[in-house]
Design a binder for this molecule. Sequence first.
Ligand code: SOE
Length: 396
Amino acid sequence: MTITSKPELGIALIGHAFMGATHSHAWRTAPRAFDLPLEPRMTVVCGRDGEATAAAAERLGWEESSTDWREVLTRDDIDVVDICTPGHTHAEIAVAALEAGKHVLCEKPLANSIAEAEQMTLAAELAASRGVRAMVGFTYRRVPAIQLARQLVAEGRIGEIRHVRAQYLQDWLLDPEAPLSWRLDKKLAGSGALGDIGSHIVDLVQFITGEHLETVTGALRTFVTERPVQAASGGFTGRAGTERGPVTVDDAAVFLAELSGGGLGTFEATRFATGRKNAIRLEINGSRGALSFDFEDMNVLNVLDTGDDPHVQGFRRVVVTEPEHPYLTAWWPPGHGLGYDHGFVNQAADLVGAIASGQDPTPSFADALGIQRVLDAVERSSQDRRSWVSVPGARF
Ligand code: SOE
């Protein structure tokens, strides 16, 4: 039990698998790492299976468990609804939560279709006029090196952006016998590598550069079209049974993009990058400098400045662990790096800060709708196999 004089912020978590666990860790840790204006209270976790949800509450540190998220929305002691369920449920839960006056944190991608994302954005905008906040969990924005990259671009150190190379590389589907989890079912996940991890690199490029992807052309591919059905739910590598079922999403997505500032981007999102585990690789080449980042070395940002004397010019390896760097005063002494989980903690702290100060947090639902439009344009271009597709403006 927490003893605090700060006003409490009651949290309800919906979903308790991988993302639910990362968010639980974040709610538990944020008030210990940051001096937050409000005290998050891990009030209730919701899931479909009563026994599994009760066990998750115990394991992840929630006071109660429930199998009825609708009932949870009626409770006065709930201020924030944190949605960590598969994509096909996001719209229904988020819209209901916002209408019930609850702040919402929704995992990415925002929804499984443009129509759902538009409906959610509308609900978020109506809610904002009543002081209710909505944010999307594009967590990698909260990695200090990524924040530093954005800062350097905004300071003009990179100049005009000519090239963006963005890759999100995983290999957890390499084994053709890896189970058919919900992430491989279009009805539940909306798309495969494109939405699950491609959405992250679209968000990161737009976040760092401040530009938008305006036109895209791409190809999607499913390398393994049938897999053993997962026997137990949860996770994405869990036990498989003998029954087999079709993979209905892409295993890999590659696309080119024209950026709003006139630059060109190449994007690659795949679960078949043999040997790459969670490599988010970004390289940005500008008229005055360049940046490169790899999440597998997430405490480092490589920075090149063309203003350096030519005989010492080259990528400088900046170790982003110092108090001058974003978020770092909340964490360990200089030089002691952060990991995957810290992004989620920073994200929870940012949301609490926005709620307390009455500001709309970012990325907003409208930002995520813009990303959804990019994903949709890539999918249409891949189906058509001939054309570049314009991404309609994020506003509708
Ligand atoms: C699975 O590919 C996944 O868990 C994504 O869904 C997450 O957003 C990413 O953080 C790690 O990989």
